[in-house]
Design a protein around this ligand. Structure first.
Ligand code: DGJ
Length: 751
């Protein structure tokens, strides 16, 4: 996978090659990243930018008068030797704050085993992998930079990271350190980023690149709903995908130079960050992910889905089907008691639900989400004898039991605050800023990590919970902790949380952990190292979930995406759609319900039971199948397929009834095999629209639809759908869709 010859480093994944060499000056220069190369040929043939002549540029040195550091494609970069682009590293050394650094080759080695070098940072597993460690140093000062490249036998994803070791005699302040730098000699790309806010997380933004710097960043203290660290560069020559294993602030920049090159940097956000390294100390930046495919965005996301499932998320739930859950939040609010929970759980069990999740409220005496954060004791007025009896009752019904916690925050009105006001993060002399009436707990302190660990350990072990929803409902402010330098606060804080997550998940390796942050405000590969799934969004309106899921699926596998059917009309948007579309959308995720199931009418109960039965029957495919976005306009088509494309499920949705009436409705499924014959059947779902019910005397099952279809037709022209109701005839084979009408199609190979 990794070979090194005459200063040329060749890193091969199954389908790609990454190539760089060490120039005479000692700088690692990037040669190539693209489809796999059998032979490398002449190095002089690679467009590295080392042969352009410009009068305004600074010559690197007398010995290398023709080298202008702003032109070459470099593996790393710093300030002060003529590179005018944004650098991967910036620092200040010694009392005078020297800022010139120039890292050149010292050494290299290959690590083969899973020698995860930084247990305090989330890390991808490194089995079936080799890691190239390239050591560079700034010769006059002795400051060392380590570039790490991990290449896998069976994945086109590469893991990159970077460390700085202060081998000088002076203290070094790191101002910025990107985890990954990639310089490439082409610029014709669209940058695809995933942005939004609360209740509209990770929706797709496409920006054609032009000369200048395009960037996104999070200053929230969290990877944030505003800008996810995932991004893609998509162009005629293929697609690059990047991500970062970090759940705090991050910055991604794509700099298009006037010399037809691009520099990509991703890593910690330098704003609000600095790190003091005393002589002998080392600092590791988080790991970054990088993939290239000659294919399109779907191909890039397949690489990412596969990698996250095999090398990032905890192994105990790898390929293990996620239970259908009922979460108490939207249905019961904070009105929780043993009796209420058991009533809901019993009703949910009849529908086929497998996991009951007790959300916020079990530790707060009142009916508002205020107070008691940090205490993590069941409150007496709701659970006079604790929660064990409730959990046992759920278990006795044959269901799993889950609990909600928010371990990173503290309320002023809590026993924890009364005992330890110093644990609340505040900046000296200022009133701390509340977020949702709560404050940050000081995770830079080991005693806070230990204390919260003990409380959580007791809660889970004593009551026997099988699942935990780990929420975090505010962004950062008032960055300060005693004995921690201001610029180090957020980094050290996040490490404290990771330490807690690490210890907690080691203690309960079988527990299913679901991350959450006011919905999906912290959805990143760092969290996914500990949590197998993350709640997708507080926006449970199925029609709004479509763009949220389409965006999320560009980088994250569907089994990681918590997806629930909630009450209609929707609580946030007030929108009315039907429960079958709500199911069809959310079936592409870690599925559940979030509403008062005791209030369902008879038709809804039959409908939900049918949905759950269908989901369970097809769950392996829905959760772990290869996911593809086919259409994403007024019609939406998603598909999942098994390994040999002999079984697929397609989702078809029409956003606005009537818009397409004069078009041929068709289902295009590019993942079908051209040479195969398929049987396509539509899931029969309940039609409850009043006008249709009048025509048929009440709620009824949708049209029966079965076709035998050649794979080549499904791939190319698409299969004609059933006739859609046009206002006059409503026959046995007519489909009623309406606004946001949808169907699921089962596609099975028969020959
Ligand atoms: C925010 C989450 O996203 C919701 O699902 C719910 O758990 C609330 N917090 C509870 O406070």
């Amino acid at each position: 996978m990794i070979s090194v010859e005459n200063g040329v480093f060749k890193l091969d994944t199954p389908n790609t090659t990454y190539l760089f060499h060490i120039m005479e000056t000692g700088h690692p220069v990037h040669l190539y990243y693209g489809p796999r190369l059998a032979e490398t040929g002449d190095l002089a043939a690679y467009p590295t930018g080392t042969n352009l002549r410009m009068p305004t540029f600074v010559n690197y040195s007398d010995a290398a008068p023709r080298l202008y550091m702003t032109l070459p494609l470099l593996e790393t970069s710093s300030w002060g030797k003529g590179d005018l682009r944004q650098g991967a590293f910036a620092g200040e050394l010694g009392p005078s704050g020297e800022i010139v650094f120039d890292f050149t080759f010292s050494d290299w080695r290959i690590e083969s085993a899973d020698t995860t070098h930084t247990s305090h940072l989330p890390a991808a597993r490194k089995d079936h992998a080799q890691t190239l460690v390239l050591t560079l140093s700034d010769k006059p000062t002795g400051v060392v930079m380590e570039l790490r490249y991990t290449v896998y036998e069976d994945s086109d994803m590469m893991v990159r990271s970077c460390a700085v070791i202060n081998n000088s005699r002076e203290p070094l302040t790191i101002r910025s350190l990107a985890s990954l730098q990639l310089d490439i000699p082409e610029t014709d790309f669209e940058a695809i980023t995933f942005n939004g806010g609360w209740a509209r997380e990770r929706t797709v933004t496409r920006a054609p690149l032009t000369v200048g710097t395009f960037g996104i960043a999070s200053n929230a203290g969290s990877s944030s709903a505003e800008h996810n660290p995932l991004f893609l560069l998509s162009g005629r020559q293929g697609c690059y995908l990047f991500n970062l294993l970090w759940s705090g602030d991050h910055r991604e920049t794509i700099e298009v130079t006037p010399y037809d090159t691009i520099r990509v940097l991703t890593g910690l956000n330098p704003e609000g960050f600095s790190r003091l390294l005393n002589p002998g100390e080392r600092f590791d930046a988080p790991e970054a992910l990088m993939a290239y495919t000659a294919g399109d965005e779907n191909e890039a996301s397949h690489i990412s889905h596969d990698f996250i499932s095999r090398y990032i998320t905890p192994l105990a739930w790898k390929n293990r089907e996620r239970p259908v859950l009922l979460n108490s939040w939207e249905g019961m609010g904070l009105d929780l008691s043993e009796e209420n929970i058991i009533r809901q759980a019993a009703s949910a069990k009849e529908l086929g639900v497998e996991l009951f999740v007790i959300d916020d409220g079990w530790f707060r005496p009142g009916l508002h989400a205020i107070g008691s954060l940090g205490d993590w004791e069941p409150v007496k007025n709701k659970f006079p004898d604790g929660m064990k009896r409730t959990v046992d009752a759920i278990h006795d019904m044959g269901m799993l039991a889950g609990i909600w916690v928010e371990p990173e925050c503290i309320s002023i009105d809590s026993d924890l605050y009364r005992a330890h006001p110093e644990y609340l993060v505040r900046s000296p002399g200022r009133d701390p800023s509340p977020g949702r009436d709560q404050y940050l707990l000081d995770y830079t302190r080991d005693e806070v990590v230990d204390l919260i660990y003990e409380k959580l350990e007791k809660l889970i072990a004593e009551n026997g919970f099988d699942y935990v929803k780990w929420d975090m409902n505010r962004y950062f402010s008032d960055d300060h902790a005693p004995n921690v330098r201001g610029g180090e606060f957020r980094f050290r804080w996040m490490l404290g949380v990771y330490r807690l997550l690490d210890r907690f998940t080691r203690r309960f390796p079988d527990l299913l952990l679901e991350g959450c942050s006011s919905g999906g405000s912290r959805f990143d590969p760092g969290m996914l190292c500990y949590a197998n799934q993350i709640w997708g969004s507080d926006n449970t309106d199925a029609t709004d979930r479509v763009p949220i899921f389409s965006g999320t699926s560009c980088g994250y596998p569907q089994c990681c995406f918590g997806a629930h059917v909630s009450r209609i009309p929707n609580e946030i948007t007030g929108r009315v759609y039907d429960y079958e579309t709500a199911f069809n959308v959310n079936a592409f995720g870690a599925f559940g319900y979030e509403l008062d199931v005791t209030k369902l009418n008879e038709t809804e109960r039959r409908m939900f039971s049918d949905q759950i039965a269908f989901y369970k029957e097809n769950r392996a495919l829905l959760q772990f199948g290869k996911f593809t976005r086919v259409e994403d306009g007024d019609e939406v088509i998603w598909t999942v397929e098994n390994e040999d494309a002999s079984k697929l499920i397609a989702f078809y949705l029409e956003k606005r009834a009537g818009v397409f009436r004069h078009r041929i409705h068709r289902l295009v499924v590019p993942s079908c095999r051209s040479d195969a014959l398929y049987r396509v059947t539509a899931r029969r779902q309940w039609i409850t629209a009043p006008g249709m019910c009048e025509r048929r005397g009440g709620p009824h099952l949708s049209e029966s639809f079965e076709r035998t279809v050649p794979g080549a037709l499904l791939r190319r022209n698409g299969m004609a759908l059933m006739p859609v109701f046009l206002g006059t005839e409503y026959k046995e084979d007519t489909a009623f869709l309406g606004d946001y009408g949808s169907r699921l199609f089962l596609i099975e190979k028969i020959a």
